[in-house]
Ligand binder design. Structure first.
Ligand code: FE2
Length: 469
């Protein structure tokens, strides 16, 4: 018997977990699914199996659940599955949560202290024939494509440096490589990071470790054709704080940020650290080389959201909203300039990833005009930015309907940049249900191409990717 979930804002409404796994073949579709839409959209998010042990539950701390949309010949089948991590299996056998939030040993059941507490809940990517659920403090967890059956941790034949992989690896469309980093790889809250490169054959071709200015939560990074940039921003991690009952991760605005710039053909000893004013970035859109400089478009926060200050008090919510901005990094001069790209509150930026690391024109993100008290941080708009003309187009189904990250799917392999669709889920609170929406990527402000009805709601999640058939 499972106990009721506690009264916690990140376990209510559409943050509440879906407590079942289902198959819904041939969803009802309004409009027409393009026959070229042939493949799968996999999305993932936190979905705690059991009520948490900690009073300080965090949205990021739920077990990963994958939602799969399998498209072929104008139809779409849906299924959802938990990722059966060792933690999931241990807790299923016990019939209750056994691990503290983020594996906190103080609140973990003594019988499992020290055991693997990976959640596999943040992103799901496909590379070299493997579908991998990712979370940033553990190795990838492999699933079977189509069925979403759990296969187990995949550590690249034990050749990866460190045992942690970011949830935001970068796929190089020119070389077929996958590049990724890990943070705190010397143990909890350490100032060590790794940099790994996986060849198109799935084998590790580079595995390095290096020291960073301080221990931080490093969620994502920048990769261009010639460079890789590691952002160390002052959402710091501290074992000392954790042991004294203070927040393990905290926003420390009196620390500067650092961008570690490295040529991809150079050793990690060559990383050049450039100081920037404190800010936080969960997600860049894209980055590219431009005449000796690096251009990076990022969703940047004046102060990190979702985490307290070092003394445990909440930060200023006015500062904890992100906007799209362009960084111009000059590695030779050691400078970074910033210009605004848009005035919407923005998150989950994506683009046509066939242009990853290269100059590009089109981006899409979840937006909202402004944050209101008690709006729980949802996004209600899909925004398209044409970075060449500055034209902005917005799709919204009203303030009550919350959207997920938009994923771009090209019309065909060699279609022009941006010629295709954006796919995302929208939560219909009044029906307690979600839809999967397909928009024409170049005309997001027009009627959807297709709306696919999911019989239940899809909890607010993180990231997803398209895997072509
Ligand atoms: Fe992310």
């Amino acid at each position: 018997m499972s106990a009721p979930f506690p009264n916690h804002p990140q376990l209510q409404g559409n943050y509440a977990p879906l407590r079942m796994e289902a198959d819904a073949p041939d969803l009802i579709v309004r409009g027409e699914l393009p026959p070229e839409l042939n493949g799968a959209l996999y999305r993932i998010g936190p979905n705690p199996q059991y009520p948490p042990r900690d009073r300080n539950h965090h949205w990021f701390a739920g077990d990963g659940m994958v939602h799969g949309f399998l498209f072929r010949e104008g139809r779409v089948d849906y299924l959802n599955r938990w990722v059966r991590t060792p933690k999931f299996e241990t807790e299923r056998a016990a019939g209750k949560a056994m691990f503290g939030t983020f594996g906190n040993p103080m609140t973990t059941d003594q019988s499992v202290v020290g055991q693997d507490s990976g959640l596999a809940n943040t992103n799901i990517v496909f590379h070299a024939g493997r579908l991998m659920a990712l979370e940033e403090a553990h190795p990838p967890f492999e699933l079977e494509t189509g069925t979403l059956a759990s296969k187990g941790y995949w550590t690249f034949g034990d050749r990866m440096a460190g045992n942690r992989m970011t949830a935001h690896p970068k796929m190089d469309p020119e070389t077929g490589e996958m590049l990724f980093f890990g943070y705190s790889t010397g143990g909890y809250f350490t100032d060590r990071m790794t940099f790994n490169v996986v060849g198109p054959d799935g084998a590790i071709s580079r595995a390095d470790e290096f020291k960073v200015p301080y221990s931080a939560m490093v969620h994502d990074f920048l990769v261009t054709r010639d460079h890789v940039v590691f952002p160390i921003l002052p959402l710091t991690g501290s074992l000392e704080r954790a042991m004294s009952g203070q927040p393990p991760f905290a926003w420390e605005p009196d620390q500067p940020g650092w961008l570690g710039v490295l040529r991809r053909d150079a050793p990690v000893d060559d990383i050049k650290w450039i100081e920037i004013p404190p800010c936080y970035v969960f997600h860049p859109m894209n980055a590219y080389d431009a005449g000796g400089k690096i251009v990076a478009d990022v969703a940047t926060y004046e102060a990190a959201p979702l985490f307290p200050l070092a003394d445990g008090t909440p930060g200023d919510p006015e500062k904890a909203t992100a906007h799209m901005a362009r960084w111009e990094i000059d590695p030779a001069a050691g400078t970074v300039s910033e210009t605004a790209l848009d005035d919407r509150v923005a998150e989950f930026p994506r683009f046509d990833e066939r242009r990853a690391g290269l100059d590009y024109r089109h981006g899409w993100f979840g937006g909202v005009e402004r944050r209101n008290r008690g709006d729980r941080g949802n996004w209600t708009e899909i925004v398209h930015l044409d970075l060449e003309t500055g034209r902005r187009a917005i799709w919204s189904d009203g303030e009550a309907h919350h959207v997920s990250e938009p994923v771009f799917v090209p019309r065909m392999e060699d279609a022009a940049e941006g010629d295709g669709w954006v796919l995302f889920t929208v939560f219909r609170a009044e029906e307690n249900r979600s839809d999967l929406v397909v928009l024409d990527a170049m005309n997001v402000d027009q009627e959807p191409v297709a709306v696919c009805e999911v019989p239940h709601r899809i909890p607010h999640g993180f990231h997803g990717n398209w895997v072509a058939a």
